[in-house]
Write a protein of this length. Structure first.
Length: 406
């Protein structure tokens, strides 16, 4: 019977916990989550937490519609968490706008609301922003953000209350197969049998899947975000995906602001060991991308658009990895070569934004074998082995991965 099953989730970040939460609510059986570190210790705690529903494919837009609804529902379900519905402004130069406006009929078809704003209209609505005249704003009124620390803590508590067994600092060493199908995993404590295994380990995916002789066409790039000290007065701004300035910004808790910046010329970061920790990124920094240089780059990039940045003082910073697939779309679904194995990875810089719906979809796949949103476009099978090998053999710079922001 269904409730006799054991389902293992690898990775206690937002995607793993969200999957566990949905499975537990469906009373799918015994749910065990393994992580090599503490809950959310990887990419999740270093995320910006921004979401927009105005994506680049029908599947993405439909999935994000569900995610936006679920974030609002979770504000009522999770103690200590509130979705901040300030909206998300996608700032575009003329070249990017020519491409993005081709997607407007898709947004209308999918029922994803949007507003098109001139620079003057943006300045009137948000006086603290000062976009130049050639910039166009594509505003998502349903967008907003979550504070990752609050969300992770609340989701972990909710999982625990539903009986999810979260095993921190117990890394998965290998998979166990029987007749080619998944049968469990091996940790330092031995064999744990399972009827299904869901992998949500992002940048570590190919290292983990090498145990099965599998490769996914995914790459990781370094990402850094900075939080200011509390401001003297609250600035009323939305979340801003500011591609012309190679970054983003949003309000943050306690009257702070959060900024993120990309380093376009930096080469991909290859994770080669399951013991790799994101703090290792700081131990041998590239001299071109030191903390001081990047903080100054934030000021330089954003000062014309957001003049107050010139005088802001920084309080904290975090560095992590973003995981991209070859075509920029997520990889979510069953691994056909290994029945019983499922994967959720490569959500570009939007893993946090996707997590409520990616957890729901993975739970549906495990329990029902089908999903409430058609995710054929996210299937791993869209890539051939030849394509994967060719892509992984290349070394790419961050500017050459398929750009997707939140």
């Amino acid at each position: 019977m269904l409730n006799k099953r054991t389902i293992i989730i690898i990775g206690a970040g937002v995607t793993g916990l969200s999957t566990a939460y949905r499975l537990a609510k469906k009373e799918a059986g015994k749910i065990i989550v393994f992580d090599k570190g503490k809950t959310g210790d990887g990419s999740s705690s270093r995320a910006a937490g921004i979401i927009t529903g105005l994506l680049w494919s029908k599947t993405g837009v439909e999935a994000r519609k569900v995610a936006l609804r679920l974030f609002r529902e979770l504000s009522s379900e999770l103690n200590g968490y509130s979705f901040q519905d300030v909206g998300t402004l996608n700032l575009l130069d003329q070249q990017a706008w020519e491409q993005r406006k081709l997607l407007l009929p898709l947004y209308e078809q999918c029922g994803a609301p949007f507003e098109i704003l001139t620079a003057k209209e943006m300045r009137t609505r948000w006086p603290d922003l000062y976009p130049s005249g050639e910039l166009v704003g594509l505003f998502d009124p349903l967008g907003g953000y979550s504070e990752p620390e609050d969300y992770l803590a609340a989701l972990k508590i909710a999982c625990n209350k539903l009986g999810v067994d979260i095993r921190e600092e117990e890394p998965v060493k290998d998979f166990v197969l029987r007749s080619g199908s998944i049968a469990g995993v091996i940790t330092e404590k031995g064999l744990i049998e399972a009827d299904a295994v869901v992998s949500t380990v992002y940048g570590w995916t190919n290292v983990l899947f090498s145990r099965l002789g599998l490769k996914l066409p995914v790459k990781t790039v370094v990402h850094q975000r900075y939080v200011t000290e509390p401001l003297h007065h609250t600035m009323s701004i939305p979340c801003v995906n500011a591609d012309p300035f190679y970054g983003y910004c949003r309000p943050a808790a306690g009257g702070r602001l959060l900024f993120g910046i990309e380093t376009s010329d930096r080469e991909e970061w290859r994770v080669s060991d399951m013991n790799f920790h994101l703090d290792d990124l700081l131990r041998s920094p590239d001299p071109r991308y030191t903390e001081a240089i990047l903080r100054e780059k934030v000021r330089e990039n954003f000062s014309s658009y957001f003049p107050p940045v010139k005088n802001l003082r920084w309080e904290s910073s975090k560095t992590g990895l973003l995981t991209f697939s070859m075509d920029g779309e997520p990889i979510l679904g069953p691994v056909t070569e290994v029945p019983g194995l499922f994967v959720g990875v490569a959500f570009h810089s939007g893993g946090f934004a996707y997590n409520p719906v990616s957890g729901l979809l993975l739970a549906e796949l495990v329990t029902d074998g089908k999903t409430s949103v058609n995710i054929d476009a996210f299937s791993l099978s869209r890539f051939s082995n030849e394509q994967t090998e060719k892509y992984l053999a290349q070394t790419v710079q961050q500017k050459n991965v398929a750009k997707r922001r939140h």
